[in-house]
Design a protein around this ligand. Structure first.
Ligand SMILES: *Cc1c(COP(=O)(O)O)cnc(C)c1O
Length: 418
């Protein structure tokens, strides 16, 4: 509200511009929420400053402790994933690191699936090991192996469904039960499912928090992927349904000084309304491409959890496709190119694609391709994988037909069967 007295408390225009009395009227409503940016947050009085509480989100104290923009994004992400509390961090990997640093201490052990997102394994082998926290890798397709590996010092079990790159879909509810039986925290890297393909906090679909519900303790999500949807933002979230566990994570987050930029939060807020539509579109395109690969003799094995014969397909069906034919999957799949082709030929095939760009990450509008060296990523070559060279595709939002034509021309040019 404009007042007449704009000059009484300053003599210089700099002061006047900083302490300007005009306040825009409240009540501005528009499709996108406002963007609030701050390090400093004002308190009307010292007494107010002393009594304000940020941990329960009832007020604002400092930019790192939350703004209207970050609170809003946190609440919407809770709705997406079926959680109750959320912390935002500057990347998906930072979400994995925050979980580890918040719940593990010297002498503890963390178990990680052998097909986990690579940098999560590197974190365990780097900082965690340096802090005296041990780790072991378990067979993601064998709940008995997980049970066997849990010891009295196991504090945290990571889960991923499906695993990165080789895309095996585990029996997630059974893995969570095994952790429950032994009283071990379980954290899911929920980036693939994105809160859409299945509910991490309601694995038996009884209604989150309802009687007989089965939930992970923690869901970490690389918002960089589908929640961003643009290939232009790095962000992560850590979602829980337990207030004490959330507080433990929140205090660690605060002590580490983690925060996200308001403009980045705004970008994710802007993309969230379309996430379900985009996810379904990425899914459809990926399945069209995967179905095409199945007809190609160069494809020794297709790794897409929604396809018959893919590793863990039955587990995907049980968790994601409860009403057969309605299940969702991310727009990601891998193809094992037949071992008769050299690495150089497979590289040339990837280079020869025109619409698919070569690049890490996924979830944006542009289709991507990356050849991976599975032998270097695993403890041993997994028995369920055929020999060959693995190529991972992530589908963007281009037309499936155009993408198939692109695959066709590059296969013809670089992977001759004769
Ligand atoms: C991309 C990804 C991450 C890391 O996300 P960044 O924002 O790139 O750090 C973690 N887990 C999975 C499964 C991912 O695909």
């Amino acid at each position: 509200m404009k007042t007449d007295d704009t000059t009484s408390s300053f003599t210089h225009i700099s002061t006047g511009l900083i302490h300007h009395p005009y306040t825009a009227p409240a009540g501005f409503e528009a499709p996108q929420p406002g963007v609030f940016k701050a390090s400093t947050v004002y308190f009307p009085t010292v007494a107010d400053m002393r009594q304000r509480e940020w941990k329960d989100k009832s007020a604002y104290t400092y930019g790192l402790h939350g703004t209207p923009t970050t609170y809003l994004l946190e609440e919407r992400l809770c709705s997406l994933e079926g959680g109750l509390q959320c912390m935002l961090v500057p990347s998906g990997l930072a979400a994995l690191a925050l979980v580890a640093l918040a719940v593990l201490k010297t002498g503890d052990e963390v178990l990680i699936p052998d097909n986990a997102y690579g940098p999560n394994k590197a974190l365990a082998d780097g900082e965690l090991r340096h802090f005296g926290i041990t780790h072991r890798f378990y067979d993601p397709m064998d709940p008995d192996d997980l049970s066997r590996q849990i010891t009295p010092s196991t504090r945290l079990v990571w889960l991923e469904a499906p695993g990165s790159v080789s895309m095996e879909f585990p029996d997630l509810p059974e893995m969570v039960r095994r952790c429950r039986e032994r009283g071990v925290l379980c954290a899911l890297d929920n980036t693939w499912g994105s809160g859409l393909a299945f509910k991490a906090f309601d694995l038996l679909a009884v209604g989150a928090g309802g009687e007989g519900s089965l939930a992970v303790d923690i869901s970490a999500h690389a918002l960089t992927k589908y929640p961003s949807g643009g290939g232009d933002v790095l962000m992560g979230s850590v979602i829980t349904r337990d207030a004490a566990l959330h507080l433990q994570i929140k205090l660690c987050h605060m002590r580490l000084g983690l925060g996200v930029a308001a403009n980045d939060a705004e970008t994710v807020l802007r993309s969230l309304p379309s996430i379900a539509l985009r996810y379904a579109a990425h899914d459809q395109t990926a399945r069209a491409l995967a179905a095409w690969w199945q007809t190609q003799p160069q494809c020794a094995q297709l790794m897409h959890p929604a396809f018959e014969g893919a590793p863990g397909h039955a587990h995907w069906q049980a968790l994601c496709d409860r009403v057969p034919g309605t299940g969702l999957a991310a727009g990601l799949f891998s193809v094992m190119i037949d071992a008769r082709f050299s690495q150089a030929q497979v590289d040339a095939f990837c280079d020869g694609l025109k619409l698919f760009k070569i690049g890490y990450s996924w979830g944006g509008p542009v289709s991507l391709v990356v050849p991976y060296d599975i032998a270097a990523m695993r403890q041993a070559w997994p028995g369920h994988l055929k020999p060959g060279t693995l190529v991972r595709f992530s589908t963007g939002l281009e037309s499936a037909q155009d993408l198939i034509l692109d695959l066709h021309q590059a296969v013809q040019a670089h992977l001759p069967m004769a």
